[in-house]
Design a protein around this ligand. Structure first.
Ligand SMILES: [Zn+2]
Length: 150
């Protein structure tokens, strides 16, 4: 599996998220250093309207995992600002100590201005962009209420 294969899998997961006008539909996959899948998540997977894909996937990891070696793939840039009091995905990724983060599309500023990538980079998270037409179209299809930019 290549990073692109993993991101395609994340995009498939994102399309499973129950649609809502007020939130994004995002898919997330967490792998070890060899890109073996350890955990997955998608928006609202637990039935909570406010649950983000990254948080769901992070919470499925065994506690004794060496987080710094892990790679987290999210179809949309992990959020850095939230209107609710919930912790942002960028802050959770930093708290867990995840070493590498891949994203396919930038989070739009429709809801709030986003700065998740800068926040993670400032905490030495290796941030990588990976996307292709199929992934981009999958994100668009899962989120018809959003105008996306590549
Ligand atoms: Zn988030």
């Amino acid at each position: 599996m290549t990073p692109l294969d993993i991101m395609r899998h994340a995009a498939d997961l994102g399309s499973r998220a129950p649609h809502t006008q007020h939130e994004l539909s995002v898919g997330c996959v967490i792998t070890d250093a060899q890109l073996n899948i350890l955990s997955t998540g998608y928006s609202r997977e637990d039935g909570n309207q406010k649950s983000h894909a990254e948080k769901i996937a992070l919470e499925k990891l065994p506690a004794d995992t060496d987080m710094s070696a892990l790679h987290l793939f999210s179809t949309v840039e992990p959020c850095g600002t939230r209107l609710s009091n919930n912790p942002t995905c960028a802050s959770l990724i930093i708290k867990y100590g995840i070493g590498h983060v891949y994203y396919a599309v930038h989070e739009p500023d429709r809801f709030v201005h986003q700065n998740g990538l800068d926040h993670m980079r400032a905490h030495n998270v290796n941030v990588i962009h990976v996307c292709d037409d199929r992934i981009f179209q999958s994100v668009e299809k899962a989120n018809p209420h959003i105008r996306w930019q590549r």
